[in-house]
Design a protein around this ligand. Structure first.
Ligand code: ZN
Length: 201
């Protein structure tokens, strides 16, 4: 650890910023300095936006998405196709599909992927509610939009077996998704094509 160049309040700000994805200690210092310089235009409004988000953000009890309302904006939108359920690992993947305008269906967010090595079993994921939703009826197709990783594919197989008794059509994204690929890092065109050319699982 180097010598502190600022008081503990600023050091604390830098330490917290350094925990953000994509920000190392060096860029956290730059960001902190920028915020402090733009105290009125940026630091104040950002602090307020974070306070409000912290207070209002909740997890949708229907789909597992995060939003400021429960049910979330997507679940509450009557124009969305309720017969198509797109299963994703994370909210980041949901955002990626929405950004690409890849589907008009609804979502189910698992909160991760099955990973026996990392001790992530079915109970750790939002899987029971998925089976409950399908069992509740009205869903014709379940699209497995999971990552093309080993864990993602393990999860896809598990879901396929869990949903088998319910006679729902199960599809997965086409192989425009590179093996090992994570949805959040794909460009919009690839993502839209993969959704359009999805195949029976
Ligand atoms: Zn929802």
């Amino acid at each position: 650890m180097g010598q502190s160049v600022a008081g503990p309040e600023i050091e604390r700000l830098i330490q917290l910023l350094a925990r953000l994805p994509g920000l190392g200690p060096r860029s956290a210092r730059r960001a902190a300095l920028h915020l402090i310089r733009k105290r009125e235009q940026l630091l104040g409004p950002l602090a307020e936006a974070m306070r409000v988000a912290e207070e209002r953000v909740r997890t949708c009890t229907t789909c597992g998405n995060v939003d400021t309302s429960d049910p979330c904006t997507i679940c509450a939108d009557a124009r969305r196709d309720a017969s198509t359920l797109v299963v994703v690992e994370s909210v980041g993947d949901l955002w990626a599909l929405e950004r690409a305008d890849a589907t008009r269906g609804r979502y189910h967010v698992l909160g991760g992927a099955l990973s026996p090595l990392d001790g992530v079993g079915p109970e750790e994921l939002n899987l029971r509610t998925l089976v409950d939703r399908v069992a509740g009826g009205g869903i014709r197709e379940v699209v497995l939009a999971v990552n093309a990783t080993v864990d993602g594919q393990t999860t896809a197989h598990y879901i396929t077996e869990s949903l088998a008794p319910h006679g729902v059509k199960i599809t997965r994204l086409a192989h425009g998704v590179p093996v090992g690929g994570e949805l959040d890092f794909l460009d919009d065109g690839t993502l839209t094509a993969a959704m359009r050319q999805r195949t029976a699982f």
